[in-house]
Structures are given as C-alpha cells and as structure tokens.
Design a protein around this ligand. Structure first.
Ligand SMILES: [Fe+2]
Length: 218
C-alpha cells in the first residue's frame, strides 16, 4: 500500500517508474558493496523507493514545474522530507526505521549545507547517505530539466567532485568502484537496469497503476 502511494506520487516526475527503480537498485548494490547482508540491502532498496513519498503533500504545479521555483515554492518542496518521514512513521511498515531515516535525511549534505536539518557527516544516517548518492547518480544519468543527460563515467566524475561536500567521501569511491565493475560486466548499464526493472514486481505494480490512472474517469 505504501509503495503504491510512493509510485503514484512519483508518476508526476517519473512516468515510467524507471528512475525510482534505479534509485532503489543502486542503493541496494552500494549497500551490498559495503557488506550489508542481502535482507538488509533488500530492505534498503524498498526504503529508497519510498524516499520522495512526502512529495504527495506538494502541489502538482510545483512538483512538475520546469521553471525555477520561487522562494515559497522551494520551501514547500523542501517540506517533502518531513512530510514523508511523518507519513512513514504512521505506517506499520516492516523496516520502517530505515524508510523514515531515508525520507527524512536524503537531502542532507556531508558538509551540513543540506536540508531540512542541516546536519552533516555521520550524524546523517548511513541509509540516507547511501540513497543520496544513488539518487544523485540516477538523476544525472536520467537527465534533469534543462540539463543534459550524463553518461555513467561523467556522472561518477560529478559524484567524485561532490565527495566531502555533498556526499560521504568514504562512500563515493565505493559507489564508483561498484558502478565501474557493473559496467565492465554488463556493458550497457541502462539496458541492464531497464531489464532488471522489467522483471521486478515493483514495475508490474507501476504498470497496473499507470494503466488504471489512464482510464477514463481518472
Ligand atoms: Fe527528495
């Protein structure tokens, strides 16, 4: 139920669902790289897919905006961290703690310049530091509004530039190593992730919901 809500919320920005899938899968792969157990890494994949669930509280025209946001709209957008954590706190989700941490802290920065709390370093829960890296990579390789879509190596270079300011400087090299190994073994990273998405129950739910929302009456 919670995941369906997250999928519906994300459809405004990510109609195919692929970006959300990639954030989840890349978070899981980084967690595995760090030595997390498979069940823990899998739980993080689910938590990562819920990271922006609080955007349900943000108006359509702000979430879908292709223009720079006004100051009050930025505030409203930033409210999605608290909103998501509050919503997840009220669920009886398995591994709720992980999902709450990710929703609350995925926009914090290593140097304390992020939001909403402005905390930095290891005060940011590890799960949120992992998802922030996966999210940034997924966003750069999907292409942001007004910005070109980057290839994997270019996106990794950007992450490396942000190591120690935006991102955890110990996690970035692990992510870079993991992605490079993956690219070497599968050749086409986008194709590999798209195929994994296609086989996933997550995408089946996404397709069902997208179909239902496209039916007349919605
Ligand atoms: Fe977010």
């Amino acid at each position: 139920m919670v995941e369906r809500l997250a999928i519906t919320t994300a459809m405004r920005e990510d109609p195919s669902g692929l970006r959300l899938f990639r954030v989840g899968r890349l978070s899981r792969l980084l967690a595995q790289e760090l030595g997390w157990s498979d069940p823990d890494a899998e739980a993080l994949e689910v938590a990562a897919r819920l990271h922006d669930i609080g955007k349900i509280s943000v108006a359509d025209d702000i979430v879908s905006s292709r223009r720079p946001l006004m100051a009050d709209e930025v505030q409203s957008m930033r409210g999605h961290c608290h909103a998501g954590a509050d919503l997840l706190r009220q669920t009886e989700l398995e591994n709720a703690r992980l999902a709450i941490d990710v929703a609350a802290y995925h926009h914090e920065a290593w140097d304390g310049s992020g939001y909403p709390h402005g905390i930095g370093g290891t005060a940011i829960p590890l799960a949120a530091r992992i998802v922030a890296i996966a999210d940034a990579f997924a966003e750069m390789t999907a292409g942001r509004p007004h910005e070109p879509r980057l290839g994997a190596e270019e996106a990794l270079a950007q992450l490396q530039k942000g190591a120690g300011s935006l991102h955890d400087p110990l996690l970035v090299p692990q992510f870079v190593a993991m992605v490079r190994r993956l690219v070497a073994s599968v050749d086409d990273l986008d194709g590999y992730l798209a195929e994994a998405a296609d086989r996933s129950p997550f995408m089946q739910v996404h397709r069902q919901l997208a179909q239902r929302l496209a039916e007349p009456g919605h």
